[in-house]
Unconditional design. Structure first.
Length: 225
């Protein structure tokens, strides 16, 4: 596609020429060009901003599917991780959450909701639930804008052994899109994870919503023995 070639020539953060000019250069209708641009915006290769126009987006971040912390993953990509705290509260566990955490319905959990940042850009929204009985002092130890995994491992001696995780594509709710500064029509990546210690006891239940235009996931697969 000639548009992709142009994007490579312009480079990251460069603004595309006006639609009328591009359509004339390529000999296509403006509606055809507009559809192609819209598809590339959905894929995260282009961005549109009011007052600026359409410009070439930076490459997507690639997040490994692993038990490594978000902080470690972002730093490994040469970027600065950050978090903006949205909610810190005690939350009553409903039956589905209680089952995941191995507690009783009605038991209290610690709920931590944060916007995940990479170089100050919002790329994800994370909600974490921890059993309060197991971590009664977590809010006294944790600095909510910093790594929860580092706090649990280094300050509280928790060992993460394994996790169950699912990934699917969804659309963001209006509140979520507002927190992430994105268009509700853009696809998002939703992960749901329950982490366990070496004894198989649940540590946390985590819901992460990532911008599909800014992040992808990678893992290594091995053949079954």
């Amino acid at each position: 596609m000639r548009l992709l070639t142009l994007m490579d020539e312009l480079g990251e953060d460069a603004v595309l020429p006006p639609e009328r000019e591009l359509a004339a250069d390529y000999g296509v209708a403006r509606s055809t060009l507009r559809s192609a641009i819209a598809e590339l915006v959905m894929e995260g290769r282009l961005r549109s901003a009011r007052g600026r126009g359409t410009y070439v987006a930076p490459p997507k971040l690639v997040q490994p599917l692993s038990l490594a912390s978000y902080t470690e993953s972002v730093r490994s990509m040469g970027m600065t991780p950050g978090r903006r705290v949205v909610t810190v509260e005690h939350h009553v566990a409903r039956p589905d959450l209680a089952e995941r955490l191995g507690i009783r319905p009605g038991d209290l959990t610690v709920h931590l909701e944060r916007v995940l940042l990479a170089d100050d850009e919002p790329i994800g929204l994370e909600s974490t639930y921890l059993p309060l009985d197991r971590f009664p002092s977590i809010l006294e130890v944790l600095r909510p804008e910093e790594s929860l995994y580092r706090c649990l491992q280094d300050d509280m001696g928790v060992v993460f052994a394994e996790a169950d995780e699912t990934v699917e594509t969804v659309l963001a709710a209006p509140r979520e899109a507002l927190l992430l500064g994105t268009n509700p029509a853009l696809p998002m990546l939703l992960t749901m994870r329950t982490s366990f210690d070496p004894d198989g006891v649940p540590i946390e239940r985590v819901r992460q919503l990532f911008r599909g235009d800014r992040i992808g996931f990678a893992t290594r697969l091995r053949a079954a023995p």
